[in-house]
Design a protein around this ligand. Structure first.
Ligand SMILES: [Zn+2]
Length: 295
């Protein structure tokens, strides 16, 4: 009897402070959501660290996770092509937060590179998180969405978003200052797929990529040959591998074009190697690696 009573006392506060069950589409959006939600949310990420969200195929367990969530946070701009079918399959009735809803989208550049891409990505580049100014908009969108799901914690979400945006602003100012110290002619690199358009636009960097906008695309022999010519002509300084992508094509390309390996860039996923455990770390690591190769 006494044991039961104690157990009931221990259980009650836990129930009273039930966390909002949130599903995030991939690791980067999950991290940003945890920053804003703090201990008021329980965030599950469908696509984990070092995994490729472009080719994700939801399992029945993933569908069940979404079915029991109250909020579904996605990046948007067509990045999660599998999302509409999955929300239907899960019978999801909760709130979908499109984090990039207020981002000014960039058009896909270099149309020719993804000519063999069978998947329809539209003409918009979805990788908006590679500009911290966009992630500030993510923070606001997520805070507003979480506030709808848990109105009692709205103030806390707003405060946490404001604090996080302060860090993003600092990060952006630091990156801008660093890149400005590198001559424009040296701000050129080669990488796997065109994930860095927003970074390129924000800090005037030229990225060349054989794989186009999605990792699903296969680079054609013609496209690869053309890229080798381009890399040589433009005197690209370094080739970077991505944490979730196949290295072979890029290794071959770098070798044929005589470009030095610059290290690893974190594109569409956080990592479990300790270098990009959060978005803030991911961004800082990418900028540091790029600067190292350009200088
Ligand atoms: Zn991508």
């Amino acid at each position: 009897m006494r044991k039961l009573f104690v157990a009931a006392l221990l259980l009650t506060p836990a129930l009273a402070m039930a966390k909002v069950p949130v599903v995030a589409s991939f690791s980067i959006v999950a991290d940003i959501t945890r920053e804003i939600g703090g201990d008021k949310v329980e965030v599950l990420s469908l696509v984990g660290a070092d995994q490729d969200a472009h080719v994700f195929q939801p399992s029945p367990a993933d569908v069940r996770k979404l079915a029991s969530a109250k909020v579904f946070v996605v990046s948007g701009l067509g990045f999660e092509g599998w999302m509409p079918r999955m929300t239907r399959a899960a019978g999801f009735k909760g709130l979908t937060v499109v984090a990039a809803a207020r981002v000014k989208p960039l058009a896909v550049q270099e149309e020719g590179h993804h000519e063999n891409d069978g998947h329809d990505h539209g003409s918009v580049d979805p990788h908006a998180w590679h500009n911290p100014q966009n992630v500030m908009l993510y923070a606001d969108a997520i805070a507003a969405g979480l506030a709808k799901a848990d109105p009692a914690s709205a103030d806390e979400f707003r405060q946490r978003a404001a604090a996080y945006k302060g860090k993003l602003k600092e990060l952006d100012a630091w990156a801008a200052q660093q890149f400005a110290s590198v001559p424009a002619a040296r701000r050129k690199v080669l990488t796997s797929h065109e994930a860095f358009g927003y970074l390129a636009a924000r800090y005037q960097i030229r990225f060349l990529a054989p794989q186009g906008i999605s990792t699903e695309a296969e680079a054609s022999a013609k496209a690869v040959a053309r890229l080798i010519q381009q890399v040589k002509k433009e005197q690209v300084k370094a080739v970077f591998f991505e944490n979730m992508a196949d290295k072979r094509l890029l290794q071959q390309l770098g070798k044929e074009a005589g470009v030095n390996p610059g290290g690893k860039l974190y594109a569409d996923a956080l990592s479990s190697d300790g270098k990009a455990g959060s978005y803030l770390q991911l961004f800082r690591s990418n900028v540091t690696s790029l600067l190292g190769a350009m200088r």
